[in-house]
Design a protein around this ligand. Structure first.
Ligand code: 6GU
Length: 258
């Protein structure tokens, strides 16, 4: 797939996209990342990209014209339609489900704002979707664009090797990941759980799912309430809860709905 980024900091975005799994995906031509600087689409001597906000107040607003011209150049650069996203704290929160859908598109465009934001008329006419990466404020959309590029880029077929396969990811099934261990088996910090050394693959899979369910219940109960648990998962979570209940509080027929 191809990702085109409109940004006043093209070097930063390119460097972010050049490392690790995503950098390798670009080398393998599974992913193409291009940057477009709105300053290159200005016509005045000062290459102006922003102006003060009508109505007053502090902060500058990014002008329509350089952004409109940069987006037009992006649309002209290849024949496939471009799904244009504006990265801002006002957007809908990005989720792994949304990332998986975006990863299937042939092209996305990422518009990075700086200053107080972008003229609303440009957003209304040229942007398909406004996305936030979390409830905090960044000083510009570039870090969020790097997040989108990484999350979407690593899902391109062939970007991950088997050991990294996306099916193993935390969130790919709506649960947090289980704990992981490597050598040594015994360490001053503790020992590796016995079951992981047993060679019993069914027992290991069961333990891992139980840990995933338990961690999600402990750390992100909001994720569990969105997800209907089947009977065996519910039994595993009950088992985890009994094992983690304070002594004397465990009850034999406890379930998630109690
Ligand atoms: Cl996408 N942009 C900015 N500037 N701040 C953010 C964000 C995006 N998501 C969370 N905070």
């Amino acid at each position: 797939m191809r990702i085109d980024v409109v940004t006043l900091f093209p070097d930063f975005v390119r460097q972010c996209a050049a490392v690790g799994v995503v950098g390798r995906a670009q080398q393998r031509e599974l992913l193409q990342v291009e940057t477009w600087n709105p300053r290159d689409y200005t016509s005045d001597r000062h290459r102006t990209v922003d102006a003060s906000s009508y109505g007053g107040g502090p902060g500058m607003v990014m002008l329509i014209e350089p952004l409109r011209a940069a987006l037009a150049a992006i649309r002209d650069a290849a024949p496939e339609p471009v799904h244009v996203m504006y990265l801002s704290p006002q957007g809908a929160r990005l989720t792994q489900g949304r990332v998986a859908a975006l990863a299937k598109l042939p092209r996305i465009g990422l518009l990075c704002g700086r200053y107080e934001g972008v003229d609303e008329r440009l957003l209304a006419r040229e942007v398909d979707e406004e996305v936030s990466i979390g409830d905090y404020v960044l000083s510009g959309g570039e870090l969020a664009a790097a997040v989108v590029i990484d999350a979407v880029g690593r899902l391109q077929r062939g970007a991950l090797n088997d050991a990294q396969s996306a099916e193993q990811d935390s969130f790919s099934d709506g649960l947090l990941d289980c704990p992981h261990y490597a050598k040594p088996v015994h360490d001053a910090l503790g020992s590796v759980p016995e079951v992981l050394l047993s060679g019993d693959h069914a027992a290991i899979a069961r333990w891992r799912l139980k840990q995933s369910l338990g961690r999600t219940w402990l750390r992100r109960p909001d994720l569990l309430s969105k997800r209907a648990l089947d009977t065996s998962s519910r039994a595993l979570l009950d088992e985890f809860r009994r094992e983690h209940a304070p002594p004397g509080q465990a009850r034999p027929n406890e379930t998630v709905d109690d």
